[in-house]
Design a protein around this ligand. Structure first.
Ligand code: PMP
Length: 408
């Protein structure tokens, strides 16, 4: 049997569909976020990152870097085992206290990534509820979909953010144990779920709620606890899930909720039990980032200001910015090959790094560049971005909108 055939075939299909992914060899420059060094065969080049999910640059914040170095120096690098066998560490316990406090919940549990939190958290939770029905938003992230699949429970998808559809399903299945699973902020479109409505419906029909706040923690709410905090509904959501890898600039994921729910997941979730715990240094760094963002408004406010400026300037230049209510600025391309070419030209000709977003991350025909401004993108960088994008759009024959005077 020729096994190569299978793998070559799978890769060729991606090439044929023009969505084979290539990594740029980049290295962020310490203390100079959002600048990075691009390693090319011809040598090194400084570029500006416009697509980092380290939204607030906390991965380079002196308090966060300092906490990581101090803890690594004191305790070493790895955790040395699973949580149940040798891998538990003081920094992890402190981090879980910090997270429970952030979300106003009785307990929190840390996983090795946000992906794992969703996958093992949702599947375990749903399995523990007999005859559980899962109602899942149509645009939920792959990690949630995988968690739902693994639970083996019946799942019905409701139209994205469509509360009438959600209510119809809840009404039809009234009396059955139900878990509503959604995100608070959808990262590819930058839109927000009506969490107050989700809670109203959950309470009316006796359903449990699981909300992924991965793109919102650190970013929204007076203490950075997310959209649920901003909207005053945090206490009404049963399980909040977040990441330590985006606004908090580190690595890891977590859930927060009532202590019996969290303890049941801790005691049953294979993705928690059978894997090595996060290193203490990572936990200390995350704790430092969370603590900082609980009180400092500067990063959030400045990031929102930068995002608004990027949107206004790109729209004024005729770039097809998709509507977004949040800190994310998606720009429509609508073709995988052109999207990749636009990204390549931005990097090669203009020293601007924005990865193309293609299927399956977004539906076919909606390929886009997803721009994530940070507090550290100064006006001059924004002007350079707009000029570079216009030049690339013209070169590729992509459609520019009527120029607007909005930002002039
Ligand atoms: N949930 C959502 C909505 C995500 O977009 C992502 C990753 N981009 C995750 C969960 C996984 O988080 P992590 O990167 O921490 O694994």
């Amino acid at each position: 049997m020729d096994y190569n055939e299978f793998f070559d075939g799978a890769l060729n299909q991606l090439h044929d569909e023009r969505r084979y992914r290539v990594f740029a060899d980049l290295e962020r420059i310490a203390g100079r976020f959002p600048f990075a060094t691009w390693h090319t065969p011809k040598g090194e080049r400084s570029v500006v990152m416009w697509c980092s999910n380290d939204y607030l640059g906390m991965g380079q914040h002196p308090k966060v870097v300092g906490a990581m170095i101090e803890t690594a120096t004191r305790t070493g690098t790895g955790a040395g085992g699973t949580r149940n066998i040798a891998g538990n560490n003081h920094s992890l316990i402190q981090l879980e206290h910090e997270l429970a406090d952030l979300h106003g919940k009785e307990a929190a549990l840390v996983f090795t990534s946000g992906y794992v939190s969703n996958q093992t958290g949702i599947s375990t939770l749903a399995k523990l509820i007999p005859n559980c029905l899962i109602l899942s938003d149509a645009l939920n992230h792959n990690s949630m979909i995988e968690g739902i699949r693994q639970s083996g429970c019946e799942r019905i998808v409701f139209r994205h953010n469509d509360m009438a559809h959600l209510e119809e399903l809840l009404r039809t299945h009234r009396g059955r144990p139900t878990l509503i699973v959604c995100e608070s902020l959808y990262s590819m479109d930058g839109d927000i779920a009506p969490l107050g409505k989700v809670c109203d419906l959950a309470e009316k029909y006796g359903a449990m709620t699981y909300v992924d706040e991965v793109h919102a923690v650190g970013m929204y709410g007076p203490r950075g606890a997310g959209i649920s905090e901003r909207d005053g509904v945090m206490h009404r959501i049963d399980i909040l899930e977040g990441t330590l890898a985006k606004a908090f600039g580190c690595l890891g994921g977590y859930i927060a909720g009532k202590s019996n729910v969290v303890d049941a997941i801790r005691s049953h979730a294979p993705g928690f039990i059978f894997t090595t715990a996060l290193p203490p240094a990572v936990c200390s760094a995350a704790t430092a980032a969370i603590r900082h963002l609980k009180t400092s408004q500067w990063e959030r406010t400045r990031q929102q200001d930068r995002a608004a400026r990027v949107k206004a300037i790109l729209i004024a230049a005729g770039i097809p910015v998709m509507s977004s209510d949040t800190h994310i600025v998606p720009v429509f391309v609508g073709d995988p090959e052109l999207c990749k070419k636009a990204s390549d030209l931005l990097l090669e000709q203009h020293g601007i790094y924005i990865q193309p977003i293609n299927y399956p991350t977004v539906p076919k025909g909606t390929e886009r560049l997803r721009i994530t401004p940070s507090p550290y993108h100064e006006d001059a960088l924004i002007d350079e971005l707009a000029a570079a994008m216009v030049s690339v759009w013209e070169r590729l024959g992509l459609r520019l909108n009527e120029k607007s005077l909005a930002a002039e």
